[in-house]
Design a protein around this ligand. Structure first.
Ligand SMILES: Cc1ncc(COP(=O)(O)O)c(C=O)c1O
Length: 414
């Protein structure tokens, strides 16, 4: 049980200070309890705790939207606020369908995701997502008309890659194959994480995202980047789209938008999408979608303060500067006999452990437990894959300490 959090540490119920190697759950890039964000939230909750967001609104929702758009790649003109990454994913999918319909192309209803993709736990994101255990219990109720690209991970070709693997761009061509089967003109959108996170960090192969963009353009399909993890400095840039220099039509965000302090997500759409939907809707409500807490005043205050901290403290540059150091530290585990892969991009990285015979996943879980109980370190594991999402403002000593402890735990658990 964790009972408090400050800076880079949690306090456990037994009083121990625990270093957080995952910065929350990819959320708290500038550390826990940043004073400027805390103060903004306290001030806002006292001034206006809630404002209805239908027909009326409040200024901070527009300020945050403006600030986000200034940060976004050129051509993004509107923001739809949500409360989580899952809601952002479903919102993006719904906006894609609404856009094609507004253009008079209502036959474009099919959606494409990717194996090992994660887009949250709602029905849309779960259907387009490709993580088997998340889907199989609910398979009877998944959305119809969804196809999946293959994932881009292959130990034989790209083990121990640093940054983007050289191998795998051709896997984007699978989209052409899906278009050939269904007719590209029937596909509304392709949704991918620019660098997959929750499935164990799969950086995109060199040229892969460019190829997806080109195929989408050729068939008139919208490209959605799910940037719930990759936005706000995780890749040393405002968005993954900037890092990879590939511009999607829709970007989904959450997590780092408020540094994890208050739940909030935002979906950024291109001017073209926004104007088509607004101009072609019947009089009245343009898009029948929205949440009670969309643009919640306390969340927007947290978001505004967070974006200010990113700017004032030069956080994205700091993260970019730390990337090579992080890469060196995480790859120092590559020689360990129980490690079968190490991979990284920006400040996201994974160490994949060899599974125990007949008991896959147990070694990773044991490392997680050993780190927590014996080394005062939070390490996230997904099965045998140890995942790392260091604070954007960490330093080399933090990283050295993290990976020394991880090595010790892997040694100890057998
Ligand atoms: C890429 C991506 N999309 C969506 C989500 C879902 O976000 P939430 O848990 O806030 O619903 C996550 C969560 O980790 C994510 O990594």
């Amino acid at each position: 049980m964790l009972v408090a959090a400050k800076g880079h540490y949690y306090t456990a119920e037994d009083g121990r200070s625990i270093y957080d190697s995952f910065s929350g759950l990819w959320t708290c890039g500038v550390g826990h309890g940043h004073p400027k964000i805390v103060e903004a939230v306290q001030r806002q909750v006292a001034e206006m705790d809630y404002a209805i967001g239908f027909q009326v609104s409040h200024p901070k929702a527009f300020e945050l939207s403006d600030k986000l758009l200034k940060l976004a790649p050129h051509g993004f003109g509107s923001v739809f606020f949500t409360n989580s990454g899952s809601e952002s994913a479903d919102t993006a999918l719904k906006i894609s369908l609404a856009y094609h319909r507004a253009k008079g192309r209502g036959e474009r209803t099919r959606l494409v995701g990717r194996a090992r993709g994660y887009h949250g736990t709602s029905f849309g994101g779960m259907s387009v997502g490709g993580i088997t255990p998340n889907r199989k219990v609910f398979s009877a109720a998944l959305l119809p008309g969804v196809d999946h690209l293959p994932h881009t991970f292959d130990l034989a070709h790209s083990a121990m890659s640093k940054g983007q693997p050289e191998w795998g761009a051709h896997l984007a061509d699978e989209l052409d194959r899906i278009c050939a089967i269904h007719g590209g003109e029937n596909i509304a959108a392709v949704m991918v994480e620019p660098a997959a996170g929750s499935t164990g960090i799969l950086p995109p192969p060199v040229g892969y995202l460019e190829r997806l963009r080109e195929i989408c353009d050729r068939h008139g399909i919208l490209l959605i980047f799910d940037e719930v993890i990759t936005a706000f400095g995780r890749l040393g840039a405002p968005f993954g789209a900037d890092r990879f220099n590939v511009k999607p039509d829709i970007i989904t965000t959450a997590k780092g938008l408020t540094n994890g302090v208050i739940p909030m997500g935002a979906v950024l759409v291109s001017d073209e999408i926004h104007s088509k939907i607004m101009d072609n809707s019947a009089p009245g409500i343009e898009l029948f979608h929205g949440y009670t807490y969309s643009g919640h005043p306390v969340a927007t205050a947290a978001g505004l303060a967070t974006l200010d901290v990113y700017k004032d403290e030069g956080i994205f540059d700091q993260a970019r500067g730390l990337e090579t150091i992080f890469e060196e530290h995480i790859h120092s585990l590559a020689d360990h006999p129980k490690v079968i892969d190490v991979r990284n991009i920006g400040l996201m990285g994974a160490i994949e452990l060899a599974p125990r015979d007949g008991a896959p996943g147990t070694r990773g879980l044991d490392v997680h437990k050993h780190c927590f109980w014996e080394q005062d370190l939070i390490v996230r594991n997904g099965g045998d894959i140890l995942q790392f999402s260091p604070f954007l403002n960490s330093d080399s000593d933090d990283l050295a300490m993290t990976f020394e402890r991880v090595r010790r735990s892997i040694d100890c658990v057998g």
